[in-house]
Write a protein that binds this ligand. Structure first.
Ligand code: SF4
Length: 482
């Protein structure tokens, strides 16, 4: 098996690492509810929670309804300033006792651990996802990675129970090299799993932008030298602390590109709502530039222009549609338009996942589709690339259409239908494009809510037995393949 570590980088790789500057950042973070409960938060931030709200949160502290047990509280001053005048932004980071009224949900949404051939790495499709860090500058209450960030014990396929570990450079790059060597020696497919080359890696977490430049550079250099064709970095830092995208970070990216010009780099950013980056006037209206375009927050615009102006960096936004945050067609219309104008693609909007307590955050699936569809009316074709995706255990699935009219002669369609379409199947790539049609259920929040009204299912979304069998088979194959 090939081995690699940061000391074994090529001379060019070592020169790249030596060139990196890692400044320290003062994000002015408030960590936890304690500073609020003990009246120790900075004077102007204290009022973020009312006395009544704090009393209710204190009353459930230490009980099974403790909101911080579910998801730690954290906020930056930059985001706090934005949230002062925005209820949707408050909702993103402000803990609320209603979060834990109903704790139903999956501790490992999407059975992530089944796809982890080495600790901290998920291997799906042709892509690897790395848990590079387990925190962010601030914490979204609806986070899909709450189990990682709150370091919960997770049961694995083999019955063992442990926290999700973070990815480490040597085992990850060893795995990538070995997988790709076997694929290359077998005509482009792994003989056990049928998978193709692992050509793209997503640095995720948590938010990798909380790591110092040096650590990010170590990951990027190691992945480039392991033969990865493209690196993605998933981050909400553009919203929580845009000053992180400073000259030192951009210089590191430039040097990376100069050293490995053949390796692509994509920044997957996460804005839920335009209040995260647009300026408002005293009446709460968005401020406009002389030409009528919407005016950005200066720090965020500078950060965005820094990355977008490097033509070799792709920047794409993706975000879940969350109750009382962005289930608002007008807000999403403004956001898609404003992002595209500065060169940011609108990639996916997501239906909420079945995380623990998902009922506190998720919008009904049909409502999410209507919100996005409505938001895209009046936008140009290039501004409306975003699709609505819901993550089934089988993989990414598009909510492709919702109809209002019955299909003549087809029982179960009296109130119209919803059409799911498989975009990417973590188990079976050829499943792409297969559809599933269900009778409408306006209250449905998760697939289970359609179980009793499946009309046509060539995608096999409701064949749970088949899905389970497939994933167990895959896990067995991965175990022998590593
Ligand atoms: S930034 Fe992303 S990973 Fe971090 S708390 Fe928010 S949703 Fe979770």
């Amino acid at each position: 098996m090939a081995t690699a570590n940061k000391n074994e980088l090529s001379e060019a790789g070592q020169a790249f690492l030596a060139s990196i500057e890692s400044p320290k950042y003062d994000r002015d973070i408030i960590n936890g509810l304690k500073p609020f409960l003990e009246d120790k938060a900075p004077e102007d931030i204290k009022t973020f929670y009312s006395r009544d709200e704090l009393a209710k949160l204190a009353a459930i502290k230490g009980t099974e309804r403790d909101v911080e047990q579910r998801m730690p509280v954290k906020l930056t001053r930059h985001f706090f300033e934005l949230a002062r005048t925005s209820d949707p932004l408050k909702k993103i980071i402000k803990a609320d006792p209603s979060e834990t009224f109903n704790l139903a949900g999956s501790e490992d949404p999407g059975y992530q651990m089944d796809f982890a051939p080495v600790e901290g790495m998920l291997h799906k499709y042709e892509m690897g996802l790395l848990y590079a860090v387990s925190t962010c500058s601030a914490h979204c209450r609806f986070c899909y990675r709450e189990e990682l960030i709150s370091q919960k014990d997770i049961e694995r396929q083999d019955g063992t129970v442990a926290r999700k570990g973070l990815a480490k450079i040597v085992p990850v790059t060893d795995y990538i090299r070995t997988h790709n060597e076997i694929v290359a020696a077998n005509g482009g497919r792994h003989p056990e799993t049928g998978r193709e080359k692992l050509r793209e890696v997503l640095l995720s977490g948590g938010d990798p932008m909380v790591l110092p430049n040096r650590k990010l550079g170590e990951w990027m250099a190691a992945l480039a030298e392991a033969g990865v064709e493209s690196i993605r970095l998933g981050t909400k830092e553009m919203s929580f602390y845009p000053k992180r995208f400073d000259e030192a970070f951009l210089a590191m990216l430039d040097q990376f590109h100069e050293t490995w010009p053949e390796v692509g780099f994509r920044l997957m950013i996460h804005f839920n709502h335009p209040d995260e980056f647009l300026l408002k006037d005293d009446n709460g209206e968005y401020r406009t530039n002389p030409n009528g375009s919407l005016m950005w927050h200066a720090d965020t615009l500078e950060a965005m222009q820094g990355v977008v102006s490097r033509g070799w960096i792709n920047v794409e936004n993706q975000a879940p549609i969350i109750k009382d945050v962005n289930d608002d067609p007008d807000a999403l219309r403004v956001m898609q338009r404003a992002l595209y104008r500065v060169g940011v693609g609108n990639h996916y909007f997501f239906c909420g996942r079945d995380i623990v307590a998902y009922r506190a955050f998720n919008v009904p699936i049909e409502r999410a589709w209507q919100v996005l569809n409505e938001s895209q009316k009046g936008l140009s074709g290039v501004e409306t690339h975003a699709r609505l995706s819901i993550t089934h255990y089988k993989g990414k699935t598009e909510v492709a259409a919702v109809t209002n009219e019955p299909i003549p002669g087809v029982p179960g369609t009296e109130n119209g239908v919803l059409i799911f379409k498989i975009l990417r199947n973590a188990l079976d790539a050829p499943d792409r494009g297969k559809v599933c049609i269900v009778g409408r259920n306006p209250d449905a929040i998760w697939f289970d809510d359609y179980e009793d009204r499946v009309i046509f299912d060539e995608a096999g979304l409701f064949d749970y037995g088949r899905v389970d069998k497939k994933r167990i088979e895959l896990k067995e194959k991965l175990d022998v393949a590593v």
